[in-house]
Design a protein around this ligand. Structure first.
Ligand code: FES
Length: 130
């Protein structure tokens, strides 16, 4: 390897350039009670979405006819961020655990328990941490 190539690689390593962006961590991040999670319009009824939180956190918001539920998207098996619900099921992409989107309960797979629910309330058109 040429000296110039070595210097460039070292510079990229020091600056973080060329490496993937830091991944968001499941959870509320640095958000506190009363902080906005998402707008109701961001998650139409019958759908769900992973939403970013301050401090590199992320939460899973699910809306059904019964209301809004918010979960920490960390799979209880090994911590993979689960996918938003599809065809009525939340699925972990790593080992395929399945969770009920209305409760977070585990339906199948190796997960030893359901998704942890994050308490929220609806304030006007926003979902906020309770
Ligand atoms: S990490 Fe989710 S099922 Fe294994």
């Amino acid at each position: 390897m040429e000296r110039r190539t070595l210097l460039l690689c070292g510079l990229l390593a020091l600056t973080g350039c060329g490496s993937p962006a830091a991944a968001r961590q499941p959870g509320v991040g640095s958000a506190r009670t009363g902080d906005r999670v998402a707008g109701l319009a961001d998650v139409p009824e019958g759908s769900g979405a992973l939403v970013p939180m301050p401090g590199d956190g992320q939460l899973l918001v699910v809306r059904s006819a019964d209301g809004v539920r918010v979960f920490n998207p960390a799979c209880p098996h090994q911590g993979t961020v689960v996918d938003p619900p599809a065809a009525g099921v939340i699925t972990c992409p790593t080992h395929r655990s399945a969770f009920d989107p209305t409760s977070g309960a585990v339906l199948s797979g190796p997960s030893p328990k359901g998704l942890a629910e994050v308490p929220v309330r609806v304030s006007g058109e926003d979902i906020v941490l309770a």
